[in-house]
Structure formats: C-alpha cells, structure tokens
Design a protein around this ligand. Sequence first.
Ligand SMILES: C[S@@+](CC[C@H](N)C(=O)[O-])C[C@H]1O[C@@H](n2cnc3c(N)ncnc32)[C@H](O)[C@@H]1O
Length: 249
Amino acid sequence: SAYLKRKAPSDSLCFCVPPDNLLCQMDQRDTWDRFYAAKGDGAAGPRHFEWFFGYREIAGLLLTHLQGLPPGPARVLDVGCGTSGLGLGLLRDCPRRLRVSCLDFSPPAVATLRRLLRESPPPRHPLSRLRCHVADATRLAGAFPPRSFHLVLDKGTCDALLRGPRGPGRAGGLVAACLALLRPEGRLLQFSDEDPDARAPFLERAGGVPVAVQEVGCFGGIRYYAYILGPRQGCDETEEQQRQMHHHA
Ligand SMILES: C[S@@+](CC[C@H](N)C(=O)[O-])C[C@H]1O[C@@H](n2cnc3c(N)ncnc32)[C@H](O)[C@@H]1O
C-alpha cells in the first residue's frame, strides 16, 4: 500500500475474533451492554477483553511515544476502552507520570474496568492516575478541555461506529472530536484491521490532517495497522469539530 511507511515485526500471540452477532450492531450501546454484561466477572474475577489484540502488542509503540514527550505529566485518553488493558498496562509500565482517562458508553464495561483498576498493582510512577468515565465518544466536546491530551487511543471504536447505519458520519465525528482534544504535540493513534487504502483516505477527509500508517503485526492471519494523526493546526478545533459532526450527520 502507498500508505504503509514502515513495517513492525509480527511477533504477537493475542487475538480475538468478534462474535458474529455483534458485527451488525456495533454502534449500539445496548449491544455492548449485553456483550460486557455477559462477559461478567466469571469465577476467576474480572478479566480484560481485548478487541483485535492486547496491550503487549503495542506497548513499545505507546511507551516510545510517551517517553518522547516534553517533561511533565502526560495525559492519555482511551476512547471506547471497553475492558481493554491499554490504560492499566501503561500505568503499570510507563516511568513518567501519567493521567489516563478510560472512556466508554457502556456502564458494564466501565464497572469491570473499575474493578480491574482496584485489583491492579501500583503504578510505575507513584503519582500516575487512571480514571474511568461513562460517556459517549461522539459527544466529547465539553467532556474534557480542548487540546488537553498527549495521546488519544482508539482500538476498535472507530471500526464499531463505521458499522452503524450512519457509519462514516458518526465515525468522522469521532475522529474530529478526538483531534480537538489533542495538544499541539499530541497524537491520535487508531488501531484497526481496515486496509490503509480505505482507512487512510477516510481519516484524511474526516480529520483534515495527514495520516501516517504503521503495520502493527499479523495476528491469527489478520493484518493490523496503527493510524497516526496529529492535531489540526491553525484553526479553532471546537468549531471545526461541530461543523464536521453537523456535516456528517
Ligand atoms: C470494538 S470494541 C473495542 C473495545 C476496546 N477498545 C478494546 O480494544 O478491546 C468498541 C468499544 O467502543 C465502545 N463504543 C462504541 N460506541 C461508542 C460511543 N459512541 N461512545 C463510547 N464508547 C463507544 C463500545 O462500548 C466498545 O467497548
């Protein structure tokens, strides 16, 4: 693909296949509520569920980005976090001070993540913190101050929105909303199995910024990509975000 700039080693094992009945209603909250409620806590207590792949597969990419930031606390948002271990993994491993926000619109998912947080080891940096939020990722304006995050992570959330009836419009709104939350040096990292020839032009249109693509690896025969976007320069992101959401609705 013309969009693929650099290859990463394919050395990972963790892989999850989406259940078939989820695939057609992945933008609906009650679909996810049922999904996460059914996963429940199980006999062994709360457990992470990972879409596509887990934290380990991208830990190097994420930690390298965080270590490259200027000194001071780094703010990270996992948008549509589900019960993924991305936020907790970063808290455990990152030597710098982090303020991690994990956001999902599904209360059962957030409840499980909160239980996992309570059981997790202390953060690597003693002042690092993780907070969980129940909120709609397509209505982020007002949820956090604009331009406040160094890293926004989206693993499977844009993909879920794209599968809904107003897919590209809602997913485009999500991308614009995430970009509006980025600090000037911040990055939105989207992880997906969608081919760069389809996803990169969509992201460029929705975000209005250049998109870099990096291959994450091939797990269970499926190739995954990291799509990397910076903030828009020189315009008011909040207005632009509202314009985008209105335009796509
Ligand atoms: C494919 S799953 C990915 C979950 C998690 N990021 C992972 O990697 O395992 C999509 C997630 O997005 C959440 N989601 C979908 N639409 C959302 C929305 N509008 N606002 C917030 N969360 C949403 C779902 O509840 C679900 O947890």
